[in-house]
Design a protein around this ligand. Sequence first.
Ligand SMILES: *Cc1c(COP(=O)(O)O)cnc(C)c1O
Length: 469
Amino acid sequence: MRYVSTRGQTPPAPFRAVLLEGLAPDGGLMVPECYPRIGADTLRAWRGLPYAQLAGELMALFADDYAPGELARLTAAVYTAASFGTTEVAPLVDLEPGLKLLQLANGPTLSFKDIAMQLLGGLFQLELTSPAAALNILAATSGDTGSSAEYAMRGRGAIRVFMLSPHGRMSAIQRAQMYSLADPNIFNIAVEGTFDDCQDVVKAIASDVQFKQRHRLGAVNSINWARVAAQTVYYFSAYFAATARNGDPVSFCVPSGNFGNVLAGWVARCMGLPIDRLVVATNENDVLDEFFRTGRYRVRSRSQTLATSSPSMDISKASNFERFVFDLVERDSNRVRDLWSQLQSRGEFDLTQTAQWSGAAACGFASGRSTHADRVATIRSVHQASGRIVDPHTADGIKVARERCESGIPMICVETAQAAKFPETIAEAIGRPPLLSPELAGVLARPQRFQTMPPEVAAIRSYIEAHTV
Ligand SMILES: *Cc1c(COP(=O)(O)O)cnc(C)c1O
């Protein structure tokens, strides 16, 4: 399996060569040269496999440059009841007639990001091929990515994590999850600025190729291909749980921001999984809903990006979207370069005049958006009907799923976080915050440790330089 860039100007490379990378050197994103095809025999053999084993099978298709059995050993060690609450890892439960809930937020930081990130921790560890080897991770977070990455890398002495977060702008729980980690390989840098400031600093430092090579800097943000690959697994496991036999259709509704989660669904379908529709749910920041309704992709500026009560979906442009468009334009990298240069110069591109776009339904997509009032009403109605408390992001998805559900085709709502992470919105919806688990209460009570810094590239760079392995 070789990986090529969506912009077509990077030499093909195997999985392990792209594992640590963010952007490809030509500014594109690395994707498999072609998606592995899953035939009827394989689907039959996979139905009924435990999650960890299914993950081993799928990852081995995306990454054939490991020794035989190495990935299976890794997935068996990662996808355990100890880390994810159950050996099912991603249980599927009934929500209401026609709708099911895929529970992805039972990992250590209570967001779906743990599923891929825990595996990434193990994959990074395998890159430490000699006793002297070391890795450094540099990333920016607005909340969920940071804690998920830190929990995946904590205790791995030769891997250091430098995580930039916006000082005073995260929720109390997000802050506590990150800043309470006492592991000496975790460096929390609280930047006096916004998430965008954090991301700018990361980009500036990571664009220095020499610095990047000298310190073996790895990326863990949502464009990391290994994360997308690891996320395909739960589309397969949910498919098997929702259907009686292979070939029966299901649809998924996915609360979306950077398009990483739903992209994994797209890849699963390209591999041959019988997915009827992928429904993209957004909040008020509806760049993606607008695209799927109109064929026009119009990114927003920072000032046009709203701070909402489903903050992990507050994005102005969707970083993984380029991978989907690459497939849509039949993998024509010249076309992708042209579209992204239009995006650069005009802030938008329009696919309606092209032969490859004939509406969302033609490529198996649908979309919808949700507002604060919608998600509060959805949290309330789900709670009244079932006693279940869903988080605001998952609620955005359920709101849209109810509108797009078709009779006879199960609609699987993808849960992206647990309600306990967002007590204010839950209290607004049902009159009280969700119960805190003893673990979470413990995290909130622990002392916090972080380094406050101004959003200055030079200063943060020297700090990293002084603390790398
Ligand atoms: C990251 C995140 C999302 C968005 O996922 P993408 O892969 O960026 O589309 C949605 N909800 C929660 C809770 C998240 O943490």
